[in-house]
Design a protein around this ligand. Sequence first.
Ligand code: AHR
Length: 855
Amino acid sequence: MNKIVILFCAVFLTELVNAAPSAPDSVFLFSYTSGAHNHSVGLQFAWSQNGEDWHLIGNDFGFVRSDYGRWGSEKKMYDPFLYRDRQAVWRCFWTLNDHDNVFAQASSNDLIQWGRQYYPETTLGKTVTVLAVRRETNNQYAIDYKDSAGEYFVASTSDFKTYNFKKSPIVADSRKEVSINGAVLRGQIHRVAWSEVNALLQHVEIVQARHKLYRENSSMYGTLFPDLKTVTGSISLEPNRRKEISDLLVGVFFEDINYAADGGLYAELIQNRDFEYSLSDREGRDKSWNAMHSWSSTGGVNVIIDTTHYIHINNKHHALVNVGSAGALRNTGFDGIVLRKGQTYEFSCFSKLMNGKVVQANVKLVRPNGEVLATQKLSVSTVKWKQQSLVLKATADEDKASFEIEFTTPGVVALDMISVFPQNTFKGRKNGLRADLANVIADLHPRFIRFPGGCVAHGDGVHNIYHWKNTIGPLEARKPQRNLWGYHQTAGLGYLEYFQFCEDVGAEPVPVVAAGVPCQNSVGGQQGGIPESEMDSYVQDILDLIEFANGDGKTTWGKKRIALGHPKPFNLKYIGIGNEDLITDVFEARFVKIHEAVKRKYPDITVIGTVGPFYQGTDYVEGWKLADQLRLEMVDEHYYESPGWFIYNQDFYDRYDRSKSKVYLGEYASHLPGRPNNLETALSEAIYLTALERNGDVVTMASYAPLLAKEGHTQWNPDMIYFNNQSVTTTPGYEVQRMFSVHGGNEYISSNTVIDHRDNAVMKRIGTSVVYDRKTGDVIIKVVNLLPVQCDLKINLNELLMGEVPAKLITLTGEPGEKNLRPQEKDIRLSRDRVYAFPPYSLSVIRYRTSVVNK
Ligand code: AHR
């Protein structure tokens, strides 16, 4: 059943049931949580006519779920208490955990769509259970609660946001026990209109029917399409119905997740070069993750980590190396160091004598068996920190080399920022990017690059927010920090390098900064926010970022950029404020402040707001409300969904109001169980991309996420590009992105696609779009066939082709589970009304030059 049919059924059923003369006026509604899924199921309902025989509303169906704390370990709801206030607004209170002095509250008019969640701090009582809510005066409510120590309190409020607390006498808990399907559940009983319960039942039905559609995948196609034979149809181009679309549609989302930066795109070969690794990077879970990680010493060399003689306060840890007799300090790189015969590697380090005696050493790149593949002499002779560098040339290939400083004379030296960098970086830049990886990204021809995240941008707690100023300037002065994905960020790949990369690949830079709040899933509780007293300085940092990117030599930050070797401005046009944040009052206050300041000083910069991590739900609704209120130019949407979702939601943006904010679809990807990136996921993204092209007047940019993943260090799947130290593997998803990026256009040409088949599941698996690229004068037709059978389409080019022309046909096809595929390109002759065969499971691009598109 398709979505339209479901909606039709739902409407029909509503009419039927509402109109049914036999329906009761009112029934009992039981509100409770069963504690299913480790207490994450949220608020559940059952209904009854007589208060004895109960019917579940959905099976384990949560109408509002807690969003407090970390994924996995938190986001739990205990003891919900539901109250209907004077304005008939439902207020739900619940207990969160046994360690934070907070409880939760959210409200709803219909028990289906819930507003922002509030987590007020209780100044009295711990692990609070709400027992009763009373209306004291017109607008004043008293919330009776008890705590885990059995003490009773009352909290008064008029807005359900701020509360006054005091002790109170014992209050009885009005919850009742009811038995449903053999389980005894504790909750409240309310008397409500049947229409309210009916609406809940219909909601569950629609959600479940949709989920059934969204779960469809190619493993079910035998049953879904048992007798399907070649599907036929036609595409008729309508050259007179054209519209301008974004020419920035396909770009990339870069985040330091899965070792994408350190150990990945950032070409540094020494791991923990600054001795700043710390147990806290991995929340204490890995005892070996300390300042000596990846380092060891041999022979008569003894190393301790010191923080007293630092080169820069941002980088306090350094090695104090005491050489008694011959021995070495060794680093194993990121899973070994890859060397290529004849290639040169720049060694550099800061060193300082600690006891006045000159120390001699050899720096070496060695094979696991000890064979030396490159060596140079190093002498430590200064009592002040001094940076030295040497060039090492590899005499052979090796995938698992390590780096050594072999000491040949005794003494005590301090060492820090020990680096080995390939000289062959992307575009030969110093402190640059790993060439093979950067080239694969450049081959995508991304129209924009978003950086530095993702969650990395807003960070794990206020102290982990990514501050761009900490990432520019001399490497030893940059501020390394914990990466919320469980490792370490050196900040070696910082804002200057990001901007430079954008420039090098011809992509618009799209930096995303925190909206003054960290990730809602932060360690130790809720979102929090930069204190009000520090917000002015934070806002100034964001203004300074724009000045750094665009300012001239007369501006403070423009001057800094010039001093860092980039005289030309980067021509920044977009800035993202926030990353899929929980839309709370804390968020809103900070976002509004930043937005106002940026627009006041830089009216031409497009501020991109954020509307939560999903395509629906509270943050999406609240984020859009705020966007409407502030008349934001653009919002950032995120969703990771199943292939079925992408197949059945091709009209998602067709429904968007053209007068509202534009959309940057900043993170999306198709997820199958097991999280592969295969042809099936890629084609579902392709079908969605045809819809994005059609909606290119609303959707300005879109980026698949995440971009990179290092084998063996992957926190998130699927990703677009996988790599290890030696090689880079692209995915079908990469090929799809590339085909849409390279074959993008700036005008959308309407077309009428007719599939000669009545089954919606068949029709939805054929996607088409036609764009015109003014720069080349090419018309580009894309056809996605996600069916297990061939699709023969007659392409009616109408006035867009007189006679016959040469064209290119590029096809990506294979079995749905295939992961290693490349598109095939061939020359074809294109004529006006011919039938073309599109293979099962394929994306095809037909591209030809025309002189008949007039402006
Ligand atoms: O893309 C991976 C993560 O997904 C991003 O960091 C975050 O924004 C989203 O939840």
